[in-house]
Design a protein around this ligand. Sequence first.
Ligand code: GLN
Length: 246
Amino acid sequence: MKILNITHLYPDLLNLYGDRGNIATLEKRCVWRGIEVNIHEVTGESMPDLKHTDLLFLGGGSDREQKLVCSKLQHIRNEICDYAESGGVIAAVCGGYQLLGNFYQMGEETIQGLGVLDIDTYRGEDRLIGNIVLQCSIDGQTFRVVGFENHGGRTDIKKETALGKVLSGYGNDGKSGFEGVLKKNVFATYLHGPLLPKNPMLADILLKRALIQKYGPDGIVGFGALEDLLEEEASQVMQQRLLTRK
Ligand code: GLN
């Protein structure tokens, strides 16, 4: 039986807008396919075991919570950079996304990031809030992703590759037309909502990448499609609502 170890970093601090639902989705979609899942929550001063992690998740948080997390992350900065560099799968949402970058500058204060992604974030005057739709092309599939964003930060992704193109909403900075970053197996995005229950195809891409990373190409043999009728219908409703109102 295949096993995936999912590490959830600081769910006590980075937990906005139902981010925990992302973990529930990953877990269920494995269980439904007969894949065993271990979820390891890293809280307080405990340390992640990245050598045995197949998928690392970081959720979103307020500026205050990000500051608390930032000091903890600096102790494991090298381990996380090595993990990402060697193809480890990471899913990071909003505050977690910003923390993967070089820094998040909030007026006079700067939160140091992990430098996994070469991106810089600056807090703007107002917050970018609302529902969002993206167009993504990943692993030979082109599909739409729906979600919700609420961030003060504007992220300059410089030469990194975006996760998707914004069809409706703000995205990385409200003007570039791009959202998130996809680098190797690092998926970073401003989308809450939560992201994965609303977009099961993205959850499956993450799981498949984690299985291939762990077991090689044969890792996804037997990884069949699931019936996602309700999710697809809900996504269509949001797309209809957001893309036809202009
Ligand atoms: N505190 C960050 C910002 O406002 C991230 C917010 C979030 O995770 N939703 O930009």
